[in-house]
Design a protein around this ligand. Structure first.
Ligand code: ZN
Length: 244
């Protein structure tokens, strides 16, 4: 079985459409989605509807929760908060209901795979530090002992973390060891933050037990134009080019 692993589309229609086109050309059996469908970019309804037509295997992200009114935006920065308020005004009633009803990670999706937004023990936690990764491997061992790979998003930085302590950034093809656990972040489709502007995602193949990281370029000037036209903060357009 080949899984496309996507996260953090953040309402970027052009980036998502480019990834969907690539998925349609490849031999993909199932799509896993790690949260943050909306926020930051200008096409929330399109992205929600396309994602729901593609898969039902998904968890919520912090932006999805905020837009749904399930959490306050007091811990969001001003730019993110402005985008949450803007997004809430754009959503159709049906899509707002979809945002409210998203599942909370971690979610076991079969074959030793788990999906979550930030981290398995806390959907809002950022996995950037080795100690945080270590504690989350311990959480998996205790609470989800059958886990081989836990996919996470939230940081927007593609990363493969081996439970023995190794970290690999943005490799194209990576063979996983059969007797180790991994935490894998495919990066962000709609707002990458690792210094590259291309939409970031990956494919996990359970027969080869491998993860392939993929970058897809997209017409980001069009997304930037729409961000400005929508009256969203300028910074959101600038950061797409910088990939930061
Ligand atoms: Zn995000």
């Amino acid at each position: 079985m080949r899984y496309a692993v996507l996260s953090d589309v953040h309402a970027n229609r052009e980036a998502f459409a480019a990834v969907l086109e690539k998925i349609s050309e490849l031999d993909i059996d199932k799509v896993l989605y790690l949260g943050d469908i909306v926020g930051y970019n200008p096409d929330p309804n399109f992205c929600i509807e396309r994602l729901f037509s593609l898969t039902s295997v998904m968890v919520r992200g912090n932006h999805d929760k905020a837009v749904a009114g399930l959490i306050s935006t007091e811990y969001f920065n001003d730019v993110a908060e402005a985008a949450v308020r803007w997004t809430r005004r754009q959503l159709t009633a049906g899509n707002l209901t979809r945002m409210r009803n998203l599942k909370v990670g971690p979610l076991e999706v079969g074959n030793g795979l788990v999906i979550c937004h930030g981290a398995p023990r806390d959907e809002d936690e950022y996995i950037f530090q080795r100690t945080v990764a270590r504690e989350n491997f311990d959480f998996l061992a205790e609470h989800l002992p059958g886990t081989k790979v836990c996919f996470f998003g939230h940081t927007h930085v593609p990363m493969i973390i081996d439970e023995e302590g190794g970290v690999v950034l943005a490799v194209e093809e990576f063979r996983l060891e059969a007797d180790r656990r991994y935490l894998i972040n495919p990066g962000s489709v709609g707002q990458p933050r690792d210094g590259c502007s291309g939409a970031s995602w990956g494919i996990y193949d359970d027969r080869e037990h491998s993860f392939r990281h993929i970058r897809v370029s997209y017409p980001l000037a069009e997304t930037q134009r729409k961000i400005m036209a929508a009256g969203l903060p300028d910074f959101l357009a600038a950061r797409l080019f910088a990939g930061r």
